[in-house]
Structures are given as C-alpha cells and as structure tokens.
Design a binder for this molecule. Structure first.
Ligand code: FAD
Ligand code: SF4
Length: 502
C-alpha cells in the first residue's frame, strides 16, 4: 500500500547537476547518480492516485505507481522486473525522455509538482546494471523463422530484442559503423554516455540478436536478397532527412551546416578519444568542423539545437546565439490551451542552457553574410511574427528590426522532413507520404506484404519512448505474422497519438 501522504512531507527534488565550469570541461553526463535516499524519498511522493494518468502519458504504459512503491519499500529487484516488463531500455528513456508521464501526473494538477518519475526510472535502470549487470533472458527453442531489422536505433533494437526473446532468428542491419542510431551518433555523451548502449547490446547479442554494421540496405545488399534470406523485414530507418533553407541568401557559404553534420562529427571525435584514438571532426570533404574559438549561431529551438549548444560550449566556442522563430513560450502551463494531463507548450530549459549562450526568440534569418572569401561571417536576422493560414506557416518580418550577429559557424537545427529518400524504399516497394514518413497498416505492415515499419520512419521525427513503443508493437505484429505462439505486448497501435485536448 503506497504512502498516501508522502507528497505532503516531501517536495519534489532532483539530484544537483554537475557544476557548469566542471562539466563543460568534459563530455560526461550532466547528472550524477541521485543516491538511494533521495530516490526512495521521491518515490514516496507517488500516492497511487487510483487512476494513474501517468500510464496514459507514457506511450509504453510503464507501470509507474507499481515501481515507485517497490522503490519506496526498497524492493529493487522487483522494481527492475516491473520496469523491464514494459520498457526494453529504461536507461535510455530515464536519461533522455521529456517525460510526458510527469505532465500527466495527478500531483501536477493545478501547477503543483509532479513525481520525479523519470529520475526514479533511471535509478531503477542503473540499479539493474549495478546488480549483476543486464543479464540475458533465457530464450525459447528456435522457431525456425527469421527477421531482418533494418536500422539500429531504439525502434529497431526494441523490436529485435522482443523477437529474439520469442525464439526468432534476428539480424539487425545498420549502415553506420556502430549500432545505436541517433543514440550513438546524434545524441552527445553529456546526455547519454555510450557505455549504456554497449551494455545493452551485449545483452541483446547474448540473447541471440546478430548485428551487421556497415551494411547500407538497398546499396550493399538489395531488398530482394534480404527478403530471400528472411521471413519478414522490419524497416526502422529513422527520419533523418534534415530540413534546410536553400532559399536563404548565403546558404552555400562555408561554415553553414546541418546540425547533424556537426553532432555526428563531434560524437565520432568523443568516441575516438574514449578509445585512445586521435580524431578530428571533419566534413565528408575533409574540412574540419569545430566550434573552438568561433562565434556560433544555432538556428532552431528543440532537442537538436540544445545538443548543438552543449557541444559548442564543450568545444570552446567564443560565443553562441540560439535563434527561435517562435516567441518565448510561457514558463508554466496555459491550462486554457493545454489542459492537464496533456503535454504543455512551455519554455523548455535544457541543462545546456545553463552553460551559456543567448536565446533569441521570434526572429528569422534573412541572410548568411559572406566575409568576401565565401566563408560566413555573420547572420542578418529580423524580428518576425508567425501565423498559420490555411495550414500554411506565414512568417512576416517587422520592418526596421534587422540586425547582424557575428557567426563563424552556423548550425541548422530546424527539424526533419521524414525518412530519407533512398534506394531501399523503391526496392521494397514502399513510398514516403506527404510528411515524408512511411505509412503502416493496422498490423504495422507497409504496402509491401511482410515488410513492417516502426519508429521515426513511420511516425516522423519523434522521441525515444515512441520508438521503443512502436518497436515493441511492430515486433508483436511480426510474431503474429510468423505464426508465433502466444502474443507479445503491443503498447501502441499505428494510429496512436500523444494525449491532446483537441
Ligand atoms: C540531436 C538529436 C537529439 C535528440 N534528443 C532526444 C532526447 O533527448 N530525447 C528523446 O526522447 N528523443 C531525442 N531525439 C529523438 C530520438 O533520437 C529519435 O526519435 C529516435 O532515435 C528514433 O529512433 P528510430 O529507431 O526510429 O531511428 P534512429 O535512431 O534514427 O535510427 C535509424 C537508424 O537506421 C539506419 N539506417 C537508415 N537507413 C538505413 C539503410 N538503408 N540500411 C541500414 N541502416 C539504415 C540509420 O543509420 C540509423 O542508425 C533526438 C534526436 C536528435 C536528432
Ligand atoms: S518512458 Fe518517458 S513517459 Fe514513460 S515513464 Fe519513462 S519518462 Fe515517463
């Protein structure tokens, strides 16, 4: 029986982040472990409200009140089991999820402080790793059926683990040189140290999942070959088509890059340093890309932009501006617009924002300014208003509001336009829809029989928690398609959307 009064005794508290001057000198995670006393105290704040709206907020349907109470009472082994019953990779979501569950927590009603669900989750996940490691689960006798998973992000990996645990032979194909998708080369180490991915991959490998890196499906191996070798295929190739701004004057100048170009290069340098190998962050043409000593302008207001900000500071940028097209959001929930328990539009301050830089809202770049040699030296911005008309976004500059910011390096973090156009699509006979995503039928099959889709490739650029949920659900559908015995858990269907008021 949970403690009904815990939230009256304890305020919401998170562990202190590592001090800014210390943490920007390295690439280690920003949060140190919370310590058992703090986690148990915070888990005690969960009052088991009866109708846990947090379940609805979490696409995985994590059993949050159950594991909060198990932590409160010190039952760590049972908490580990309860958490893994719905989530293959809580060490990723516990670190990286924006926690829509917390926005839906009953304790958050009326602007109060929700339970620190995500923090409890990561502590349980880390307890699992600390208590004898992530032990492989015993797998049933082989079913004789085999599945190819294309793409090794959280969607592909969650599906692979579920299918292997059901006795199917699973091979994950990844075009990069390492497994993990955006977890590996998109998200910087200060948010997720890569040892967490490696520990989980060791578990998957021990459960029978085979990994083939450096294989670009559609190029190095054809769809036809894959279909001949496997009984079903899951496409989990992400939504990595970066939005660009080709119409802005000066876009072709040196020093103006897609954010992902910079993040991937930086992550590779950090990975190499961890292995004792020297490496330079370089572009495909060999040009170095580094923020050291530079004035950096980041265009965009989301996760990717915040990650660029943290990277720029760790690389020693001289100064950073982060530009957002939209006005500064409110600091707390506007209940008329986003009533509880929906996900509110509020100002999101990431740890990277504590580390420096200036955020500029309601502005748009008018021109990338040339220094006369083809290298960017500044961005000319104007204050703007943004409105939606007939579903289209109309951006209007305010006359006389233009000014120039210094910029030696400009990073475009303005979103993604769906999955990349690549040979694999035509070969499998699937097409991108108007959003650049690949549609799924109710059983997660694409237009091509036996070819399934999950994660960002289906949903459009989204979140890790959705990728894992879709990977689990697609695995359940594949298991049924293959005539597997019994059912696997399917937390979402292809049409499921986040909680919304309208
Ligand atoms: C910079 C950045 C930061 C983010 N931060 C967060 C965060 O803090 N919290 C959060 O919840 N979400 C975050 N996200 C979103 C999150 O990373 C994604 O929603 C999630 O990774 C999607 O998982 P996925 O498995 O669908 O695809 P991905 O992780 O994109 O993986 C797709 C994989 O498919 C591979 N692939 C593609 N085509 C082929 C092919 N033809 N052959 C073989 N392999 C192929 C790619 O190389 C890639 O490895 C962030 C995204 C970015 C870009
Ligand atoms: S995965 Fe995300 S939404 Fe689900 S319980 Fe964890 S933090 Fe909350």
């Amino acid at each position: 029986m949970p403690d009904p009064n815990g939230f009256l005794r304890y305020d919401r508290r998170l562990p202190a982040r590592r001090p800014v001057p210390v943490r920007i000198m390295d690439w280690r995670e920003v949060y140190p472990p919370a310590g058992e006393e703090l986690v148990r105290e915070q888990a005690t704040r969960c009052m088991d409200c009866g109708i846990p709206f947090c379940h609805e907020g979490c696409p995985l349907g994590n059993r949050i009140p159950d594991w909060n109470d198990l932590v409160r009472t010190g039952n760590w082994d049972a908490a580990v089991e309860s958490l893994h019953a719905t989530n293959n990779f809580p060490e990723f979501t516990g670190r990286l999820c924006p926690a829509p569950c917390e926005a839906a927590c009953v304790l958050g009603l009326g602007g109060q402080q929700p339970v620190t669900i995500k923090q409890v989750e990561v502590e349980i996940a880390d307890a699992a790793a600390a208590r004898g490691g992530l032990r492989p689960q015993p797998v049933p006798p082989p079913t004789g059926r085999s599945v190819a998973v294309v793409g090794s992000g959280p969607a592909g990996l969650a599906a692979a683990q579920q299918l292997a645990r059901a006795g199917h032979a699973v091979t994950v194909y990844e075009r990069d040189d390492a497994i993990g998708g955006l977890l590996r080369y998109g998200i910087p180490d200060f948010k997720l140290e890569k040892r967490h991915i490696d520990a989980r991959l060791a578990q998957l490998a021990a459960e029978g999942v085979r990994f083939r890196t450096g294989v670009n499906v559609g190029v190095d191996v054809t769809a036809e070959q894959l279909r001949a070798e496997h009984d079903a295929v899951l496409l989990a190739c992400g939504a990595l088509q970066g939005r660009d701004t080709p119409e802005t004057p000066g876009r072709a100048l040196r020093g103006v890059h897609q954010a992902m170009t910079h993040l991937v290069a930086s992550n590779r340098v950090v990975a190499a340093a961890g292995e004792g190998r020297p490496a330079l962050a370089v572009l495909p043409d060999g040009m170095p890309i580094d923020a050291a000593g530079k004035h950096v302008v980041i265009i965009g207001g989301g996760d990717t932009a915040a990650d660029c900000l943290g990277v720029a500071h760790r690389q020693g940028a001289a100064g950073v501006h982060q530009l957002d097209l939209y006005p500064e959001p409110p600091h707390s929930r506007d209940a008329a617009r986003d009533p509880w328990p929906t996900w509110p539009w509020v100002l999101r301050n990431y740890p990277a924002h504590e580390e420096g830089g200036e955020r500029v809202f309601a502005v748009a770049v008018q021109e990338f300014v040339d220094d006369g040699t083809g290298q960017v030296k500044g961005v000319r911005i104007a204050e703007v208003t943004v409105e939606k008309r007939d579903g289209r976004r109309i951006v209007t500059p305010l006359p006389g509001s233009e000014r120039e910011l210094p910029a030696d390096l400009v990073l475009l973090a303005i979103g993604f336009e769906g999955t990349e156009e690549q040979p694999l699509l035509a070969q499998f006979g699937v097409a991108r829809n108007a959003r650049g995503a690949v549609d799924a039928r109710p059983d997660w099959q694409t237009d091509a029989d036996g070819v399934f889709v999950a994660g960002d490739m289906h949903r459009g650029a989204s979140l890790i928690v959705w990728a894992i949920a879709e990977g689990r659900a697609a695995a359940a559908a594949i298991h049924t398609y293959l005539g597997g015995v019994g059912g696997l858990p399917a937390p979402v269907d292809p049409g499921r959307q986040p909680l919304a008021a309208r």
